[in-house]
Ligand binder design. Structure first.
Ligand code: HEM
Length: 218
């Protein structure tokens, strides 16, 4: 079934064609045409690449302590195009982190965190946290000696928080030391919880941008 027929079908029931056309014809305000204004969109595109390549990787990755490392090697060396898909997932993740940080800097320099955009700034901070947690939890899934060390540092760090640190550490670990249970929890975080939360936050972020428009200036 072609996309046009799906849109026709939905239009007959929901009357969406006019909304889509209006959205596609919207013009970007002249002050927001420069490259710095593309950074949020680049972060979003990188997220889409992450989702698509992540679905392909999940087909072969085995989230258990005995097989995780071997399954990553299998993806890299034996699965057709596995190394390419894994590389794309790795680099799009890095691009996303860099784009989000630069986007945040652009927003800060434009003063777009001020009233009435404080709420969207807070949504942005949550998106930044989600993006960084994506990176950390994904790195842990490799389950080799280097990631074991990095995971220990990141997972044990919350233990020094004065309130609830011990509890947070146990939520990540599933135990008092890193075990197979830690891998299962980080996998759930990386593949189910974070994508769902990040998608909802992005929807909210875009709806607010749509409603408020882009700040002039930088
Ligand atoms: C996955 C992460 C993120 C994505 C996909 C994203 C995407 C976007 C997009 C597409 C826009 C409109 C165009 C633009 O200004 O670039 C925007 C605007 C905005 N973003 Fe983000 N963003 C993310 C993270 C953040 C972060 C970390 C912050 C700040 C802490 C933030 C705060 C804002 C604000 C305040 C605006 C309105 C800017 C204005 O009115 O000029 N965003 N975002």
């Amino acid at each position: 079934m072609s996309l046009a027929r799906i849109v026709d079908w939905l239009d007959e029931r929901l009357g969406i064609r006019r909304d889509i056309e209006r959205a596609l014809r919207r013009t970007v305000p002249a002050h927001a045409l420069g490259a710095p204004y593309c950074l949020g969109g680049i972060a979003f595109l990188a997220f889409v690449v992450e989702v698509l390549t992540g679905i392909a990787l999940a087909r072969y990755y085995q989230p258990n302590a005995a097989m995780a490392y071997e399954s990553v090697r299998l993806i890299s060396y034996q699965v057709p195009l596995g190394s390419l898909v894994r590389g794309l997932h790795y680099w799009a993740g890095n691009v996303m982190i860099a784009a989000v940080l630069l986007h945040m800097l652009r927003v800060y320099l434009a003063g777009a965190y001020r009233r009435p955009r404080e709420l969207n700034w807070v949504v942005g901070v949550l998106l930044l946290l989600a993006t960084l947690t994506f990176g950390f939890s994904g790195y842990a899934l490799r389950w080799d000696a280097a990631t074991y060390g990095a995971t220990s540092i990141v997972v044990l760090a919350p233990a020094s928080l004065p309130l609830g640190g011990e509890w947070l550490m146990r939520v990540f670990l599933g135990d008092v030391v890193i075990t197979g249970e830690t891998l299962t929890r980080l996998y759930f975080l990386h593949v189910f919880l974070l994508p769902a939360v990040a998608t909802l936050l992005m929807l909210l972020h875009f709806l607010i941008v749509r409603r408020q428009g882009i700040t002039g200036g930088m």
